[in-house]
Every structure is written in C-alpha cells, then in structure tokens.
Ligand binder design. Structure first.
Ligand code: DSN
Length: 428
C-alpha cells in the first residue's frame, strides 16, 4: 500500500471505531465522552504549540493566549474543588501520582496503598510509578466484604511501618475511603494521606462523594476523563502551598516539558461545565449506578456488597467466577456491543489478571448521554440475556444498536449552534 493509502486506511479505521463505539453501551468506568466545546479546543492550534514554564514566565514566545487560558483553568479548578492550589500540568493521572511521589518522598522511602487486586492503581505499585521513584510499597489491609480499607488494622500498620505517604483512592472503587482516620494516624508518624481521585473526580466535583482535601488529604490527584468528563489528562489539587510548589517543580522541569496546551484549554472548558452542571451530573451518576446494581442483583447476578446498597460511586462490580469468569463475560458482552472491564477482585491473585473473577461496570458515560433509571433496567436486562440466559449475542447486539441510536447527544454541558458553527469552521 502507498503512504497515502495507509493514511486513508488509518482514517477509515478511526471512523469505523467512532461508528462502532457510538453504537455500543460503553460501560468502562475509566472512560467518558466530551462535549462539543471540549472537542473544539482539542482541535485548535494550541495542540501545535509549546509553553514550557509558568504562565507569564515562559521560556517560549507566542504564549499570550495560553497564559490567560492556563490561569483561568487554575482559577476554575480551585473554585470547583474548593481548594487553594491547582496544577493543570500533568498530562495523565499516573504523571499526577508520580509528581506527588517525587515531591513528597525520596528513593528508599516506604508508602502504603491498596494492592492491585484490592483496587489499587498500577501507579501505586512497585511495578509502576511508585517503583520508578524507588519506593517500597506496603499493602493497606482490605476488607473484601466491605470493599474498603480495614481501618483498625491499617492504623496499627501505619504506626509500625511509619510510611511517608498513605495513598488512598482506587480503580475498583465503590465506597468512600477512611481519609480522616488514616490522615490522623499517618500524621502522628510524620506522613500524609494523598488521594488518587481519578475514578471519582467528577463525583467529588459535584459533591456526590467524599471531599478528600476537606477530610485531611494533603493532595488530591486525578485523571480528568472518567467521572470528570474532560480531556484525557491529569490534575493535582491541594491547600498546602509549600507542598504544591514542590509538585509544580516535579512536573516542570521534572516530568514534562510541554504540557499539551489544547488539553489545558479543553480542561478549562470542562471545569466550567462542571461548575455549571456538576452537581446534577454527579447525582444522576450515583443514582444510575445504584439502579443498575439493584436490577442486576434482582436478575440473579452476583453483584458485590448488597448489604451496603451495592455502590456509592459510578461503579458496579460483579463476581462472575461461577458463570464463566471475567474474561469470558467481558468478551461475550463485547460481541453484543456492551463494553465492560474484566477485573481482578480482592481474592484473585495477580496472575489471574487475564482471567479474573470480576466484571467492572461504570455508568458515567451512559448517564452523560441522558440515560436514567429505565435505561439502567434495559442495560441490566441485556447483560442478563447475554451472561445468564445465554441468548444470541447478535440478536442482543441489534437491540443495543437500536437503543443506543437514541442516545448520541452529550448532556450536562454547554451546547447550542455556536459550538456547531465553531466546530465546522475549525474542521474545514
Ligand atoms: N486503571 C485504569 C482503569 O481504572 O481503567 C485507568 O488508569
């Protein structure tokens, strides 16, 4: 194939991807879709430019507009998360975590965090960013029935281990973590709680989950594209000026040179959207997650934590080990255009990562497309048809395609003809 043919083929593949995934029920808890205004920013010339350094103190010329945008993004972030300091420099959630590790620890220090099977993100692990910083990682004790940190045991372990940091937050994340209790315990031994809020950032923004900074965390790190419906990227928030200065230095000149200016612009817009719509959006997400969990449970699926109302976040977690396993379940749902994660559960060892016991679902994206309780029951019914009744996946796929064709418009965001006009002029 010629180079042109290859380029055209790539575009066709991208188009095919767009068409397919917009006809799916997208239930991966770490994804979301952005508004037209946000997409517009991502298409703009800002994505071609450099702006190393701080606003108005750059090492590059040509940055007068990005200076203003970045200052505005920081102001909007501080307002939304009710905190004193914000950095919009991290280009991902993992870079946010690594910057915080770099700022607050030195190689050889010990931190405590959840293991991967118990929901800890790979960046908290010795095989991930924590290990790259040279940290020793001790697992936080976890209660699998409660799907949460085992507080008393964790406090005793903190007293013995004396970690520099306790990292809370997770990728498998159903209930608020004990920030208050562990902040007090780790404070006694001279350390801090830092909180990776990647999964629940939109819920925190909308006041529908715990507020880690108010509860005692020194830092709130996150990615900005899960329940927070912004561009792919990261953010760090804090009330501590001195610690935040160190994080800024870790980010530049430490971990990033340029910080992707179209992303910063898109993030500023999504921060404004969340100031406007965040409360309603976050509330709808949690209501939908509870409804989906209840409906799946009533259909005989093994949803975790029925004694706790299943979930207080965007996630619903199922143990599918008795009906084919996580790999089979996720692959078979995919044949029906239902996209979900296979997931390790706390009782799985790491070597089961490719065929774990669990299935992890998130409702943040379908909620953003305007789905409510009735639609959660429809989704539960389709999952039951595939996983329990073993109905033909092509039949279910046709039903899913027809259903999703009615939910293509992004809600909880600024819309209107002006966005369409601007989008068209940029795309032409
Ligand atoms: N850990 C990934 C997830 O939760 O899907 C994101 O980094």
């Amino acid at each position: 194939m010629s180079n042109l043919e290859n380029a055209l083929k790539v575009l066709e593949l991208a188009k095919g991807h767009d068409r397919w995934r917009s006809s799916c029920l997208n239930l991966i808890p770490s994804e979301n879709v952005t508004s037209k205004y946000v997409r517009l920013a991502l298409l703009s010339d800002l994505g071609h430019r450099y702006a190393e350094g701080k606003p108005y103190k750059r090492f590059y010329c040509g940055t007068r507009f990005i200076d203003e945008i970045e200052v505005l993004a920081i102001e909007l972030a501080k307002r939304l998360f009710k905190c004193k300091h914000a950095s919009v420099k991290p280009i991902s959630g993992t870079i946010s975590n690594l910057a915080v590790f770099a700022a607050l620890t030195k190689a050889g220090d010990t931190i405590m965090s959840l293991s991967i099977s118990c929901g800890g993100h790979i960046s908290f692990a010795e095989i991930g960013a924590a290990g790259i910083r040279g940290l020793r990682v001790v697992d936080l004790p976890f209660n699998s029935r409660e799907m949460n940190v085992e507080v008393d045991e964790a406090v005793s372990l903190v007293e013995r281990v004396k970690p520099k940091l306790v990292v809370l937050g997770a990728s498998l994340f159903l209930f608020p973590h004990p920030v208050n209790e562990l902040s007090r315990a780790v404070g006694e031994v001279g350390g801090h709680v830092v909180y990776d809020g990647s999964h629940v950032l939109g819920l925190i923004a909308g006041g529908a989950f715990q507020d880690p900074l108010a509860e005692g965390a020194l830092m709130l790190m996150g990615s900005t594209h899960k329940t927070f419906p912004g561009p792919q990227g990261g953010i760090v928030l804090s009330n501590d000026e001195e610690a935040m200065d160190r994080v800024e230095e870790a980010l530049f000149p430490g971990l990033t040179s340029n910080h992707h200016l179209h992303r910063v612009t898109a993030l500023a817009i999504s921060l404004a959207e969340m100031l406007e719509y965040g409360e309603a959006y976050a509330k709808a997400i949690v209501e939908n997650a509870k409804e989906l969990a209840k409906s799946l449970h009533e259909r005989g699926l093994k949803v975790l934590c029925p004694h706790k109302g299943f979930t207080e976040s965007h996630q619903v977690v199922l143990d599918v080990s008795e009906i084919g396993g996580g790999r089979w379940a996720a692959k078979t749902l995919e044949e029906a255009n239902i996209i979900a994660n296979m997931n390790l559960l706390p009782w799985d060892s790491l070597d089961r990562a490719r065929d774990p016991s669990g299935l992890r679902l998130g409702v943040q994206e379908v909620t953003r497309l305007g789905m409510g309780k009735d639609e959660m029951n429809f989704i539960a019914e389709k999952i039951e048809q595939v996983l329990v009744k073993r109905e033909s996946t092509s039949k279910v796929r046709r039903e899913v395609e027809e259903f999703t064709s009615r939910f293509r418009e992004v809600k909880f965001c600024f819309e209107g003809s002006r966005a369409y006009d601007l989008l068209e002029s940029l795309a032409s």
